[in-house]
Design a binder for this molecule. Structure first.
Ligand code: FES
Ligand code: FES
Length: 158
């Protein structure tokens, strides 16, 4: 299979049953994408596939062939941390950090979707992501601050 991961062309042979999350973590060493449940419930494994947030424990690696994947490792740029990474830090939107890569990638999906960012749209975007230690108030605030920094509308309904 051939795909682009964090802007880099990748070519590998994988077994048909290989999950995208295992491919990213084991074949490519991109361990920022976490496995919390392996059953599509926690969202810790969320990555961006062709512009859309997906749970990579629910996607076969082969299904991503020909596509473009961005993981948490690919979100920052040469200019520094992504606004979501900065706002999660600034808003204290994490404690242990286990859920954070998936939260940020799910939030990134919302910010890329063209939807206006409201409390309701953030809650919808993150409803498949579980945090066991920090709670959600600061996470929602972090997403709103990142939206503001990126110029994404934050008030009107989509
Ligand atoms: S590990 Fe994929 S949703 Fe939990
Ligand atoms: S910060 Fe620990 S699980 Fe969310």
């Amino acid at each position: 299979m051939q795909l682009t991961v964090n802007g880099r062309a990748v070519e590998r042979q994988v077994e048909g049953r290989t999950l995208l999350v295992d491919f990213l973590r084991k074949d490519l060493g991109l361990t920022g994408t976490h496995v919390g449940c392996d059953t599509t419930q926690c969202g810790a494994c969320t990555v961006n596939l062709d512009g859309v947030a997906v749970k990579s424990c629910t996607v076969l690696a082969a299904q991503a062939s020909g596509g473009a994947v961005t993981t948490i490792e690919g979100l920052a740029s040469d200019d520094g941390l992504h606004p979501l990474q900065q706002s999660f830090n600034r808003c204290h939107a994490l404690q242990c950090g286990f859920c954070t890569p998936g939260m940020i990638m799910a939030a990134d999906g919302l910010l890329r979707s063209g939807c206006a960012v409201t409390d309701a749209s953030i809650e919808r975007a993150l409803e498949g992501n579980l945090c066991r230690c920090t709670g959600y108030v600061h996470i929602v605030e972090a997403v709103k601050q990142a939206a503001h920094a990126l110029g994404v509308p934050t008030e009107a309904a989509a």
